[in-house]
Design a protein around this ligand. Structure first.
Ligand code: ADP
Ligand code: MG
Length: 141
């Protein structure tokens, strides 16, 4: 699903996340990058929905990781905004999660780039003021 996607509403970004969630396989790691308020958590909510998770998904900024087990696969949702040193990720057992039995999605992955495995799917969300307030460019590589 690599390529460039464009959305023009929160609903479209949610739907795109949902599509990724539906297709996710065990061991998938999504490294999600983009500025504050760009739609990372919204995409993550869609992703969870696509995995069949019905529990409400919220940003794990204060807990670093939240685990959702109600779907087709366990979902490990990270938000590493508050991590100041990638070594801190060892303490929460980062590798056990990302190399575990579920699908992982890491918001602010660029902050821990050195510990993101090569095989991770990189998704970057960007705004473009010239294209309107709700426009988002979503690059998947
Ligand atoms: P982040 O997790 O990147 O900080 P959030 O997902 O919490 O961002 O918030 C994104 C905000 O941007 C929401 O308020 C959402 O309604 C708004 N928004 C507007 N247009 C879009 C779009 N096309 N895609 C995603 N979010 C959008
Ligand atoms: Mg967020």
């Amino acid at each position: 699903m690599t390529g460039i996607y464009e959305t023009n509403s929160p609903e479209e970004t949610l739907a795109l996340g949902e599509e990724f969630g539906r297709k996710a396989e065990k061991g998938l790691i999504i490294a999600l990058t983009g500025d504050l308020g760009v739609g990372k958590t919204l995409f993550s909510k869609g992703f969870a929905k696509g995995l069949g998770i019905t529990e409400p998904v919220s940003s794990p900024t204060f807990t670093i990781v939240k685990v959702y087990v109600g779907g087709r696969l366990p979902f490990y949702h990270f938000d590493v905004y508050r991590i100041s040193d990638p070594d801190e990720m060892d303490e929460i057992g980062f590798d056990e999660f990302i190399f575990g039995d579920g699908a992982s999605l890491i918001e602010w992955a660029d902050l821990i780039e050195e510990i993101i495995p090569e095989e991770a799917v990189r998704i970057t969300i960007e705004k473009n003021p010239e294209k309107g307030f709700d426009y988002r460019k979503i690059t998947v590589s």
